[in-house]
Design a protein around this ligand. Structure first.
Ligand SMILES: NC(=O)c1ccc[n+]([C@@H]2O[C@H](COP(=O)([O-])OP(=O)(O)OC[C@H]3O[C@@H](n4cnc5c(N)ncnc54)[C@H](OP(=O)(O)O)[C@@H]3O)[C@@H](O)[C@H]2O)c1
Length: 330
């Protein structure tokens, strides 16, 4: 008997989680959906039934849950994830609240497995997830000593309010969520600025990459940019390896792996794009070139659906990893 909760069930990520639970036929005997008071009472079709969204309260965390998919923002996670954990659940937490806690696993199933010192597992930042999947392949094949990221992040990464701001701009209205118009624009500003000039989003990519790859010494830097794309993040990675393989060797590593899809045929206009990644579960890589300005360095362009692999799918894959592990124990 497996009892599962989805918190933030009415959000962009939560809705994808529910779709994936159904699509992948996750063996949950009971699924309970939570939101804030605002959306409580909404009806959500799930398999052959209709689930009614409930308002999350402290008392409801003691509902005998085995697993909780938590996707309702950092402050909701801060309050409720430890309560679910205390009542015996394993929480897969989509917010940044616990990601850098040394006791808490930060997991991308293609890269690492949870150690479960705590009953909370953190789901990494969306751009980080799609970046570490190809980086891990390069690490295993050639060793990685440095990476510089530049991101092109879709407005769905800001949740419902990001999509609403893009639509407002298209109608000629002022933004509400972003400090400037996102329509016809690009904002080098995701999350708040730290004193050193980096944003928290950039710091997340830098810190989380080191933690997931288990390489605290890795040189990483990032510039994160919001672009007027509805869904699908792109990341330009500049990677320095320990050796100097041919570009074709990098392509072969990606071609041989089931973790990524290689789309690298520029002569025929074949390369990864947010539009073609949106709605897909895979991480796409292409535009692989040698960077002549630095020894052992390469450009790799990566796209993925930020709501799927960047959020809901990665969380559901972690859940599958846990369920398979439990099956193995029986
Ligand atoms: N969007 C992405 O690409 C992405 C990627 C990685 C991680 N994440 C993270 O995933 C989380 C959700 O993001 P999203 O894009 O799905 O946001 P969203 O579309 O704005 O949805 C937020 C969800 O949280 C619920 N919620 C808000 N306050 C709550 C409370 N006090 N108690 C219970 N539920 C509450 C909302 O319920 P109501 O309907 O009642 O308001 C809604 O279901 C965030 O932590 C975000 O940082 C998002």
């Amino acid at each position: 008997m497996v009892k599962l909760a989805v918190v933030g069930a009415t959000g962009l990520v939560g809705r994808k989680m529910i779709e994936l639970l159904e699509k992948k036929d996750i063996p949950a005997d009971e699924v309970v959906l939570f939101s804030s008071k605002r959306s409580a009472g909404l009806e959500v079709p799930f398999k052959d039934r209709t689930l009614i969204v409930e308002e999350l309260t402290e008392e409801k965390t003691d509902g005998g849950f085995d697993y909780v998919l938590m996707s309702a923002g950092g402050s909701t996670s801060q309050t409720f994830s430890p309560l679910f954990e205390r009542h015996g659940a394993i929480v897969i937490d989509n917010s940044s609240a616990f990601r850098m806690d040394p006791e808490i696993d930060l997991v991308v199933p293609e890269v690492n497995t949870p150690q479960l010192k705590r009953g909370i597992i953190a789901n990494p930042n969306c751009s980080t997830i799609q970046s570490v999947v190809p980086l891990k392949l390069l690490e295993d094949a050639f060793g990685v000593s440095r990476v510089a990221y530049t991101t092109y992040q879709a407005v769905s990464g800001s949740g419902v309010k990001g999509i609403e701001d893009l639509a407002r701009g298209e109608r000629g209205e002022e933004p509400v969520n972003y400090p400037h118009a996102i329509y016809n624009n690009a904002l080098p500003h995701i999350d708040v600025f730290d004193e050193d000039g980096y944003t928290k989003e950039e710091k997340k990519m830098m810190d989380e990459t080191r933690k997931i790859l288990g390489k605290p010494e890795l040189d990483v830097t990032a510039t994160c940019v919001r672009v007027p794309v509805e869904n699908g993040h792109a990341v330009a990675m500049n990677v320095t390896l320990n050796t100097s393989p041919a570009v074709s060797q990098l392509q072969q590593v990606f071609r041989d792996s089931s973790a990524v899809v290689l789309q690298d045929d520029p002569a025929n206009n074949v390369y990864p794009m947010p539009l073609t990644a949106s709605g897909q579960e895979e991480v796409f890589v292409g535009r692989i070139r040698k960077d002549g300005s630095l020894p052992n360095s390469y450009h790799v362009w990566v796209t993925s659906d930020n709501l799927l692999k960047g959020a809901a799918l990665n969380a559901v894959q972690i859940l599958e990893q846990l369920l398979n592990r439990n099956e193995g124990l029986e």
